[in-house]
Design a protein around this ligand. Structure first.
Ligand SMILES: [Zn+2]
Length: 467
């Protein structure tokens, strides 16, 4: 647009703008100095989150759901939360099926013999130690597999490709996760002897990305694995040579019922025991390939650190409840167990951090409709952290979903996911991927959210007696 035209437009629009500014401008939100102090202190000085995620990933390491490692993680969590001064620290146990990984390998037998890197997907069937050998049936998408006649698949090893790209909001995961979530069941129902997918990831490391899938609709479990992205691209080049491709696939795994997991719960008790509680948390379990620093050591660390900053400042009117959910990765078992036990209790808000440790860039909340004044206050208090409001966002967090479904209002503090799917569910999910400055920004945002929704923090107020 040229300047003269722009000037003309501005002049003609001026009366309308002036009118709107009187009639439609929202009331200004006056900053609360206590909230600003809490926010700015967390941003500059938080060390609680780093201490938690560094401690958990170093002293426990991988924490696969319903295994002995996850039990050690619960013990670690109880000790740490107690040492930090939280009240009502306890474990709420539940049972679930347990799946564990064994030996795994993939190799092209013909026409160009070579090894590829592969990792079994959760609840994969087992090939047994001898493995299976079959011709590759290639499909560019999960829909192409769905449309294929059984005869194109039966007795073969299915390979599904896709093309996930990095995105700040991580939105590709929903669509491009379909080969992992649905591919194994469809392949099994069509008679395949196994399936490999291109990893649901945005990197080019030679690391496969694991993740959960379930066999539904009566499909019998077949071996199901993910090739690393470079290996999937290698397999495509081999297929493009136009000759039949044979793969030998070994995925040994075990599944049994009666595994034990649990949620670790701690609280900052509020002054008003009748006020609906604020629920925040992340998940304690991780996949077994790495130490689960970004998924989701960071999430439990961020939310716990934020609650600790509130506790350090005094007593909130509302109780803040922190949950380190068990067994999220194999299917959100902890979130369901929490909702079964507590879903009917009144919740002021339910929120989870489970998207890494990079900077929060926007937020959305049910409060936009249910409590517009709180929403405006949140928007104003978060803005200095570079966080914008997203009036059209959705609830997220697998673990809080069942509680939200039971009626709890929600808030989503969205982290920048541009790098997240480079490391997600791979051997690269380790502590060095966490940037301490961005981690502090997360803690500052969560501290701000808790402070705004706390109902007011009384400094020096006595904590209730332990019963
Ligand atoms: Zn997670």
């Amino acid at each position: 647009m040229n300047r003269a035209l722009l000037a003309a437009l501005l002049i003609s629009a001026a009366p309308a703008i002036a009118q709107q500014s009187v009639a439609k401008m929202p009331a200004p939100v006056i900053a609360d100095p206590q909230i600003e102090r809490l926010r700015d202190n967390a941003l500059a000085n938080d060390h609680y989150a780093w201490d938690v995620v560094e401690g958990l990933t170093t002293e426990v390491g991988q924490r696969l759901a319903a295994t002995e490692a996850e039990a050690r993680a619960r013990d670690w969590a109880v000790k740490r939360l107690t040492a930090m001064g939280f009240a009502n620290v306890h474990v709420e146990p539940f049972t679930m099926p347990v799946w564990t990984r064994g030996a795994e390998s993939a190799e092209i037998v013909s026409p160009f013999p070579q090894k590829l890197t592969v990792a079994a997907l959760g609840y994969s069937g087992s090939t047994g130690p001898e493995g299976v050998t079959g011709q590759i049936a290639y499909f560019p998408t999960v829909d192409a597999l769905r449309a294929a006649p059984d005869s194109a698949v039966a007795g073969k090893i299915v390979f599904i490709d896709h093309h996930m790209m990095p995105a700040q909001d991580g939105s590709g995961y929903g669509q491009f996760g379909a080969p992992r979530r649905q591919g194994p069941t469809i392949a099994s129902l069509k008679g395949a002897i196994g399936i490999v997918i291109r990893s649901i990831g945005t990197d080019h490391h030679r690391n496969p990305h694991t993740g959960v899938q379930y066999f539904t609709d009566g499909a019998k479990p077949i071996p199901a694995g993910a090739l690393s992205v470079p290996d999937a691209e290698q397999l495509i080049r081999i297929l493009e040579r136009g000759r039949p491709v044979t793969m030998h696939l070994t995925l040994v795994s075990q599944k049994s019922d009666g595994g034990h997991s649990g949620n670790v719960i701690a609280e900052v008790p509020g002054r008003d025991p009748k006020a609906p509680v604020i629920l925040v948390g992340g998940h304690l379990d991780s996949w077994d390939l790495a130490t689960g620093a970004i998924d989701d050591g960071a999430g439990v660390a961020i939310t716990t650190a934020a609650a600790k900053h509130i506790m350090d400042a005094g007593r909130p009117a509302r109780t803040i409840r922190i949950v380190w959910f068990g067994a999220e990765e194999p299917g959100g078992f902890g979130g369901k167990a929490y909702a079964d036990a507590h879903g009917k209790e009144p919740h002021a808000i339910a929120a989870e951090s489970d998207f890494g440790a990079d900077r929060i860039w926007r937020f959305s909340s049910k409060l936009k409709d249910s409590d517009p004044a709180a929403y405006a206050k949140l928007a104003a208090a978060l803005a200095p952290l570079g966080i914008t409001r997203n009036d059209k966002g959705d609830a997220d967090g697998t673990d809080v979903e069942p509680t939200i479904a039971a009626g709890a209002p929600w808030i989503s503090l969205n982290q920048d996911g541009t790098r997240y799917f480079d490391w997600h569910h791979t051997p690269d999910d380790t502590l060095d991927k966490i940037d301490p400055a961005q981690l502090r920004q997360n803690v500052a945002a969560w501290t701000t959210m808790l402070a705004v929704l706390s109902g007011g923090i009384e400094s020096g107020a006595k904590r209730p007696k332990r019963r």
